[in-house]
Design a protein around this ligand. Structure first.
Ligand code: TNX
Length: 525
């Protein structure tokens, strides 16, 4: 919990065009009010607005040396298109004191790995953090303090004014994730990168890729190549499917890392494995490969728990994926294994956790795995629709940690209303208000808040085909979940939140993000 008192002081300050050179030179643009600190999503732990303003100018330099340099370069790259300014990144100085924008790494134990402090006055914007990840999260706040037109791809009219003040911020939960199912429908590298850029704006720090399922295997495994070339050759509805080469997967991992996002690869097993079983007959208990599958049923496939080759296969697959993945986790799925007996399931989960550990990684599994004996480090991901589950409570008593994705609150593939053209409704309808109306720290019966690592919004893609489809289901709900994951519980208040959320609408429009304009939200014009 926060030790920083929440002081959100919102002064109703009109824009004062303070006498910076840029403001003086700017064409007589009609004055617009600077963005209030109270409109930032997720809400900062503490924000105090002052009466001054800072205005970006053509020659504004960004000081960012050493570890801060990549974040400085990133900041410049996101501000250049709309401003048309050069925004040179100054890596040369130690003190940086003369540069108007300063990104500084400085020890401050209250900020943790991702916290930051932002101080804006008429002459400077100073961002400090313990770690580059904190600077990156601070940059996302800074972007939201500029007018929505800052996100345009081409040069726009200024002035680029930021309200003065001070923000001190850090996350409530360390794990704030999104999941994309690239198995039911395949999405290319560019689509994944676009989604990464959108989630980074809301301080999401994990992207879980659901790489395998009955309908497709989406990553080349050199030791078992038919998984991708044959098992990846179709998708729901019978389209061409596809897979990532190992170079493409590495490219996604590196791109995510440049946004301080960790990739978590999932190989779903022992169920949800038809694509693998179709690719290699020897993985089937009866030695016969089933046909590829392009429907949307679940629960009909299982790896053969009794065969030795199953574990040789998993050791090869997990070994290759572990070598490609710098993050600490590999997700082993484990959901809906209705074609695996209970005894086999427990045996299987025991063995696969050990294989993951042998390759130096920590296993995450859907909470179904909590009926098996878990290694102390294994993490469960809760997806059920009620908060009480005996196996989960028993595992929690032994120390298991959980990530929360209750399907009726956090699933991004659930329809908003009965009229939503995409998605499913088996877990319920999730309108904007519903998505915000729960507290992850108090949700799971019998599990301490200290055992909740955070939240994740899964987007299953049986009905999702394009980037626009992804965006429409993710926004606004992923931004809402991001706030539940980042912001202190004391900030949770739908009535104030919905106005802040409404302020994101014009930003998504400028970014070309197709979002659901929920009638529950007062969208800013
Ligand atoms: C359940 S919840 C699944 C997925 C489906 C999803 C559709 C869970 C861990 N598994 O296989 O895609 O429902 O909403």
């Amino acid at each position: 919990m926060s030790t920083i008192p929440r002081r959100l002081v919102v002064a109703a300050t009109a824009l004062t065009m303070l006498g910076t050179a840029a403001a003086a030179q700017a064409a007589p643009a009609k004055p617009r009010a600077a963005v209030p600190y109270a409109s930032v999503v997720p809400a900062p732990a503490s924000a105090t607005q002052a009466n001054s303003t800072f205005t970006l100018a053509g020659g504004t330099r960004i000081a960012a040396s050493g570890q801060a340099t990549p974040v400085g370069n990133y900041l410049a790259s996101v501000l250049r298109p709309a401003t048309g300014f050069a925004l040179p990144v100054d890596q040369s100085r130690v003190a940086h004191a003369v540069d108007p924008i300063q990104l500084l790494i400085a020890p401050n134990s209250s900020l943790g790995d991702e916290g930051y402090q932002l101080t804006v006055n008429s002459g400077s914007v100073v961002l400090t953090a313990n770690k580059p990840a904190g600077l990156f999260e601070g940059v996302q706040t800074l972007r939201q303090l500029l007018p929505a037109s800052i996100d345009a791809a081409t040069k726009q009219a200024g002035p680029w004014t930021i309200q003065g003040g001070a923000i001190s911020d850090h996350p409530r939960f360390a794990y704030r994730g999104a999941m994309l199912d690239v198995a039911r429908h395949f999405f290319g590298v560019d689509t994944v990168k676009a989604y990464i850029d959108e989630m980074a704006r809301y301080k999401i720090n994990t992207l879980h890729l659901h790489l395998t399922d009955d309908q497709g295997w989406r990553l080349m495994i050199n030791s078992w190549p038919k998984l991708a070339t044959y098992g990846g050759s179709t998708e729901v509805g019978g389209g061409a499917g596809g897979y990532y080469t190992q170079a493409q997967y590495k490219d996604i991992v590196a791109y995510a890392a440049s946004r301080y996002i960790t990739i978590i690869p999932e190989v779903d097993m022992p169920g949800h494995t038809n694509a693998a079983l179709a690719s290699y007959a020897e993985l089937n208990c009866n030695g016969v490969a089933p046909p590829l599958y392009t429907g949307t049923d679940v629960g009909f496939s299982s790896l053969c728990v009794a065969k030795d080759i199953t574990y040789k296969f998993l050791d090869d697959v997990i070994g290759e994926i572990a070598a490609l993945t710098p993050g600490p986790y590999i997700h082993i799925g484990g959901d809906e294994s209705q074609s695996t007996t209970d005894a086999d399931y427990k045996t299987f989960v025991g063995k696969v956790q050990q294989i993951v550990a042998n390759h130096g990684k920590t296993a995450i599994g859907w909470h179904d795995i909590s009926k098996a004996a878990l290694l102390p480090s294994t993490i469960g991901q809760y997806w059920d629709t009620t908060p009480t589950n005996a196996n989960v409570q028993a595992a929690a008593k032994k120390g298991t940690h959980f990530i929360l994705s209750p399907a009726n609150l956090a699933y991004l593939d659930m329809k908003y209303t009965e009229q939503t053209p995409l998605g499913q409704d088996w877990a319920g309808l999730i309108e904007a208000k519903t998505a915000y109306s729960w507290d992850p720290g108090k949700y799971l019966t019998g599990v301490n808040a200290s055992q909740i690592n955070g939240v994740e919004g899964p987007l299953w893609t049986e009905t999702i085909v394009t980037l626009a489809n992804i965006q429409y289901m993710a926004f606004p709900r992923l931004a809402e979940l991001a706030e539940l994951g980042w912001s202190q519980a004391a900030t949770h208040n739908w009535n104030t939140f919905k106005t802040r959320l409404g302020a994101q609408g014009p930003r998504w429009k400028v970014q070309g993000v197709d979002f659901y304009a929920s009638p529950q939200v007062p969208w800013a014009k």
